[in-house]
Design a protein around this ligand. Structure first.
Ligand code: HEM
Length: 414
């Protein structure tokens, strides 16, 4: 089939699915409503829970907003991220070989190779870098206009700089890397138009070429970064080049679009709760509690999916092999069975069981400690150095049912 015919077919199929989902949403199906990106998804997670701990949406997907069920599924080896025969579900992440898109044993092998770059000893190495970047970004903001879009001026910058150094993007590729990362960010938004999907694929192609170049540069001149650490594994056959490039591309995406929004959401919550902001100003050691509560209350990754590899009985229902399950982490984090008065943002609350913002089980986020560290350093520095920071206009949210964050967050610095 020609490219044009394929594109036309994709457009028609997307329109049919969209119309079907719209009707399901109109009939009141809560998961279908979530797919249409409401400004406030939290009441819809309540509706999901009202249908039971596990319910099948008219969208054909099993759905849960129960902390207990989600936690169990994530640790259950009978669920995977691919179908049991190893093929990819079409709407899942298009990074075929990224860790998040693989089941064991390939997943285990890739994860083992990456863990050393993100272990606690390495994190201690990154801390002074994160502190310096944070200070430089605050200096830059103070040297400019008093009113800024916080997302663009700070939140989007810090994680990109950190991950750029960690992965090993050389200075002369940074601008292209930043530009392509922003274009690829739509990948995490789930539902995309055919145009957007085409642009993301073009950005991935460009990024792939760039990473081939960067990897060759590292081969000639090894450095202290992830790419240099992975190269011996390519040479001795533990990692193929077809896996290395998606791995290098996936990390920046996983490490920025999420952390960016954790920083933005944390500042927004603090500005909306001045008494808790004051507590942090008086005692910067409360930064970890601020970040933990932001992750629970307003997690940047609202949902992820699993596929049943075999027939599975769960909560009195039968999920047949191949059935997909949407885990609403944003809802599970506000499950009243686990977190009392879950709608309240309260940095002093008893943390309770781990929230599901970083998932659980074998795909538990590899960058969780790094993300927490970045956000804690950022929030403590902002509260100390910008005591007058305040919101000066309406926020514009990112159009996504997966990533919860802002594109525009106008603040005055003084
Ligand atoms: C606030 C920031 C972050 C959030 C909320 C977040 C969230 C998540 C979630 C929910 C998953 C698992 C999804 C699933 O189970 O299907 C995940 C996986 C992953 N994350 Fe993060 N992440 C964050 C930051 C980072 C950073 C900074 C890095 C890298 C430096 C990173 C690297 C990864 C990797 C490599 C995986 C795949 C792990 C695997 O499949 O075994 N993440 N993240």
């Amino acid at each position: 089939m020609t490219d044009l015919a394929t594109e036309r077919r994709a457009r028609v199929q997307a329109a049919i699915v969209q119309e079907f989902l719209r009707k399901a949403a109109e009939r009141g199906d809560p998961y279908a409503k979530i797919l249409f990106i409401p400004d406030d998804p939290y009441p819809l997670y309540e509706e999901v829970r009202a249908r039971g701990k596990l319910y099948k949406s008219e969208a054909g997907i099993w759905t849960t907003a129960s902390h207990g069920v989600a936690n169990r599924v994530l640790r259950d080896k009978r669920f995977g991220v691919r179908r049991a025969d190893g093929t990819k579900a079409p709407e899942f992440m298009p990074f075929d070989n990224s860790m998040l898109g693989l089941d064991p044993p390939d997943h285990t092998r890739l994860r083992k190779l990456t863990v050393p770059s993100l272990n606690p000893r390495r994190l201690a190495h990154w801390r002074p870098h994160v502190e310096r970047f944070t200070d430089e970004l605050i200096d830059d903001m103070l040297a400019g206009r008093n009113e800024v879009n916080f997302m663009r001026a700070f939140a989007q910058q810090l994680p990109l700089r950190v991950i750029g150094d960690l992965v090993g993007i050389p200075p002369h590729h940074r601008r292209t890397f930043f530009r392509l990362s922003r274009r690829m960010a739509y990948l995490l938004d789930g539902v995309a138009t055919v145009e957007l999907a085409g642009d993301v694929q073009a950005a991935i192609r460009e990024m792939t070429v760039m990473f081939h170049d960067i990897i060759e540069e590292h081969r000639a001149d090894p450095r202290d970064d992830l790419i240099s650490e992975l190269l011996p594994a390519v040479d001795d056959g533990r990692l193929s080049m077809e896996e290395m490039v998606p791995l290098c591309m996936f990390l920046p995406l996983a490490g920025t679009e999420t952390t960016v929004n954790l920083i933005g959401n944390a500042l927004k919550m603090l500005l909306e709760h001045p008494e808790q902001r004051e507590m942090l100003t008086d005692d910067p050691s409360l930064a970890p509690a601020v970040i933990r509560e932001t992750l629970r209350h307003e997690t940047p990754v609202q949902q992820y999916r699993r596929i049943a590899h075999t027939d599975i009985e769960l909560e009195g229902q039968l999920i047949t092999a191949g059935g997909e399950l949407a885990i609403c982490a944003g809802g599970a984090n506000r499950d009243p069975e686990v977190y009392p008065d879950p709608e309240r943002f309260d940095i002093t609350r008893d943390p309770g069981p781990d929230n599901l913002s970083f998932s659980a089980g074998i795909h538990f986020c590899l960058g969780a400690a790094l993300a927490r560290m970045e956000a804690e350093i950022a929030l403590a520095a902002i509260t100390t150095r910008l005591p007058g920071i305040r919101r000066v206009g309406p926020v514009r949210r990112r159009g996504s049912f997966i990533i919860r964050g802002m594109l525009q967050f106008p603040v005055a610095l003084r």
